[in-house]
Ligand binder design. Structure first.
Ligand SMILES: [Zn+2]
Length: 108
C-alpha cells in the first residue's frame, strides 16, 4: 500500500464526545461534532455550483452528535446526525487533509 493510501485509510473510528479517527499511519485526529456538522459538504448545505454555503450554522444545535456512521466504498464516510441529516458524505481524504480537527498525540 502506498503512503498516500495509508494516510487516507482509517484504522479505527470511534465516538466519545468527538469523532476520532486513527489512520493507518497512526495519526490520530479528533473532530468536533458541531464543527464537522457545519462543514457538511452535501448539496443541501453547500451550493453545488457556486460552492457557497447554504447551511445556517446558527440553526445547528450545539448538542448535535452523530447517530451512526457508515463507510461509502473505501473513500468516504457517511454520517447520520441527530438532526436527521444524513446525506453528507465526508471524503476520507478531506477528513484527513481539509476538515478542521485536532491532532491527538499518542502517549505511550
Ligand atoms: Zn449536509
Amino acid at each position: 500500500m502506498s503512503l498516500k493510501r495509508i494516510k487516507t485509510k482509517p484504522q479505527k473510528i470511534f465516538f466519545d464526545g468527538k469523532m476520532h479517527i486513527i489512520w493507518q499511519d497512526d495519526y490520530h485526529s479528533a473532530y468536533d461534532y458541531w464543527e464537522l456538522r457545519t462543514s457538511c459538504p452535501c448539496a443541501e448545505c453547500v451550493d453545488e455550483l457556486t460552492g457557497e454555503k447554504i447551511l445556517d450554522d446558527s440553526k445547528v444545535d450545539k448538542n448535535i452528535h452523530p447517530v451512526k456512521s457508515q463507510y461509502i466504498g473505501n473513500y468516504a464516510l457517511r454520517i447520520y446526525w441527530s438532526d436527521q441529516h444524513s446525506v453528507g458524505m465526508f471524503s476520507l481524504k478531506d477528513l484527513r487533509e481539509r476538515f478542521p480537527h485536532e491532532e491527538i498525540s499518542s502517549e505511550k
